[in-house]
Design a binder for this molecule. Structure first.
Ligand code: KG4
Ligand code: ZN
Length: 340
């Protein structure tokens, strides 16, 4: 029996999160998971300010690391590997996590596994459900909305996705127009439960194109024009709930419709991950519309260290040993794409 302890570090946006997974042979157990969310700080700015996020990460990360060691009674030299988000993300925030990983690697010669944040969001399904490959991954987060064919823990092919705003961005920007604090996805989800999703009609981008491509920027503009024409709606609680529900419905229906174009003829299990996968309406609509749909557990949907530790634990062969260089990548230029 071989026991390996793997640290996961997530700092790609505004959540500082660490986790430790204990891997005994092929079984993974989460033995530590703590996060510091900067949501309340970013609410003041109406969105994420990369420089402020990076400063807060560097302030919090050492305290979290100390807590992780004290809670689990693990010495840093006992860590078998360190998984760290290296791409995609905001460069300043990414650097804080990568610096911790590199420092530990220098001090203890611990190998690093550079983790793709998007892949980690989807593979987080394995923290709670054993889903077999290949599966169709639906990644819906604040920064990305993409469909992938996932054939193994490292074989991801991009099938399509948004050409402008991400689903979470549509929630957050729409929420801002409705006067809601950042991030607005969860609030819109809650308000929508008290509203009528059919009260107002909002456009679905690229609706008539039979492709797995999405566009949410027109939806946001439609909401802005709607509110400019009837600003009093923001004062009316009941109507605001109807507006939130109708706006959310357009986001959800777009995903439902476009997912059909991403599925190959032989249907695959569907895995939905990322912050927007917490959305109760999306969960219901996709479950009613498709068979074999698996949602990442809500506690592992928004950015978290457990998904990074989990990805690293499943891909230990990707390790790089100090002093090899670990490169950052703010965008996703490396994604394998399906041929047209
Ligand atoms: O995955 P995530 O933490 O960050 C990125 O990697 O981008 O996702 C954050 C996004 C935010 O846009 C937030 O508004 C959205 O997830 N979100 C939700 C819900 N909970 C979080 N959107 C809709 N409904 C929710 N319940
Ligand atoms: Zn994320």
């Amino acid at each position: 029996m071989i026991t390996k302890k793997i640290l996961g570090i997530e700092t790609s946006c505004d959540d500082t999160s660490l986790a430790i997974i204990e891997k005994i042979d092929q079984d993974c157990k989460l033995i530590y998971h703590e996060s510091f969310s900067q949501e309340h700080i970013m609410a003041k700015w109406g969105g994420v300010v990369p420089e402020i996020a990076a400063r807060n990460h560097s302030e919090k990360i050492i305290h979290l690391f100390k807590d992780a060691l004290e809670t689990t009674k693990i010495n840093p030299q006992d860590l078998h590997a360190i998984g760290v988000t290296s791409h995609p993300g905001l460069l300043g925030p990414l650097l804080t996590g990568v610096n911790l990983a590199k420092t530990l690697s220098l001090a203890y010669k611990t190998p690093i596994i550079p983790v793709n944040h998007l892949y980690a969001h989807l593979e987080a399904i394995h923290l709670t459900h054993p889903v077999t490959y290949p599966y169709l991954g639906v990644l819906v987060s604040g920064g990305h909305t993409s469909f992938f064919k996932v054939s193994s823990s490292e074989d991801f092919i991009y099938l399509g996705g948004t050409i402008d705003d991400a689903a979470g961005e549509a929630f957050d920007k729409g929420g801002k127009l409705m006067g809601l604090p950042y991030p607005a996805g969860k609030t819109i989800d809650e308000m929508s439960k008290k509203g009528d999703p059919l009260k107002y009609s909002f456009p679905i981008g690229l609706r008539h194109k039979k492709i797995p491509g999405l566009s949410y920027s027109g939806l946001k503009t439609a909401l802005r024009v709607f509110i400019e024409k009837q600003p009093h709606i923001l004062e009316d609680k009941k109507e605001l709930n109807n507006l939130a529900a109708s706006y959310q419905e357009a986001i959800v229906q777009a995903l439902k419709e476009k997912l059909a174009y991403a599925l190959p003829h032989s249907s695959l299990p569907i895995v939905v991950g990322g912050g927007v996968a917490c959305n109760s309406r999306l969960r219901l609509v996709l479950q009613e519309s498709y068979q074999d749909v698996y949602f990442v557990a809500p506690q592992f949907c928004t950015d978290n260290g457990a998904m990074i530790a989990n990805y690293a634990a499943r891909n230990l062969h990707q390790k790089i040993t100090y002093p090899e260089t670990l490169n950052l990548d703010a965008k996703s230029r490396f994604l394998k794409r399906s041929s047209p």
